[in-house]
Write a protein that binds this ligand. Sequence first.
Ligand code: EPZ
Length: 417
Amino acid sequence: MSVIRIQGMRSLQGEMEIQGSKNAVLPVMAAALLHEGRIVIKNIPRIQDVFCMIEILEALGCGCRLEGHELAIDTRGLCKSQVPDEAGGRMRSSIMLLGPLLGRLHQAETCYPGGCVIGRRPIDLHLAALQQMGAEICSEGETIQAFAGNLQGAKLSLPFPSVGATENALMAAVAARGITCIRGAAREPEIEVLCRFCESMGARIEGIGSSFLTVYGGRKLHDCEFTVPGDRIVAGTYLGALAATGGELCLRGVPATHMAGTWEALRQTGCVCEFGPDRICARMDGRPQPVNLSTGPYPEFPTDLQSVMLAVASVAEGYSQIQENIFEERFATAEELKKIGAHITIEGGSAYVMGSYPLAGGELWASDLRGGAALVVAGLASENESRIHGYSYISRGYEDICGDLTALGARIALEED
Ligand code: EPZ
């Protein structure tokens, strides 16, 4: 088993290109099924969830060729509508295949999606949207089966701006006959990226970037090439590491417009950020200041950086509060941080943290993707060596967290335990 070993107490210095966005590329790969032809996606992050999605697309009959950071998908061979259980159960994004498969093959079968254990993570909003567009759905136990002669445009209204439900509805709407309106759509940058990808295949979508999307479905689609942007959560992770350790970084490839909510968190820590169109430079002197944060749908503070900011708050000069409003069980990392000296109390969906610096370091176990990244940040701000187990969680979303942070001056290495 791989273990991350860290000797902390080193500030970060340097510049780097941030990997492609996991949460943008996965729905784009699913949306490629909408078109019978060839799609090329560039700036692909080489992460476990992408390899898993490739495995699924190939099992459905597609051809996939990943060379470096470029993926060519040939969907002309698509002939199966059942997502393999083992792969589908490994990540949340397998549910994204329902919409495209219904649009292309008029049927789909998948198991209940896997992914990080950070809450119940129901899929009722996904299924309700597809049913409103004419799909018949039956779910028995862990299996969901869906059928649709032809999806029809509909007026959808999401009671919560679910990212995944917006993506599924959007993809189904591109294939559906007629016009679909999605009121209450999520506004995460990944939604805009998916819209732009569908447009590059020939779809017509209005209201991109807003919470009200109008899709003119049933248009003929065509081959295309598309480049996904840098990963805003990976960038936010490394900026969180800077806030915890001090130093100076420049990160390229992530649009500054994708970092809303994250800026405010970093500003509260005392991190000084400057940004250009797709470049972020930040400087941190001394210990971080305490934060008062509350996660929410974009453009609020992203839940995916909640664990990272919990690690930063653990070494801040004072008393912080972080409220988690999206996933009801996303504080598992707190227990690990307390093992190395963090003073954290969890009560009523909030973490109350009295910072102390440095942390002690020690043996830590990751239990989800972003929680694992937060343990790395904590290790960088610890005086003794830290060893972080559960690299398989972290590698789902970070292409080379050890290589990246080593290039920025950290003493961190991946070792076989
Ligand atoms: C996406 O998950 C991301 N995953 C998550 O990132 C991210 O945390 C989340 O959006 C919120 O930004 C991918 O894009 C692959 P949601 P998703 O549907 O789509 C409830 C990471 O670490 N809900 O917006 O599953 C749900 O329980 C991952 O990269 C329903 O009730 O998020 C949650 O409380 C973790 N019914 C809230 O909405 C539904 O049908 C937000 O979920 C769907 C969701």
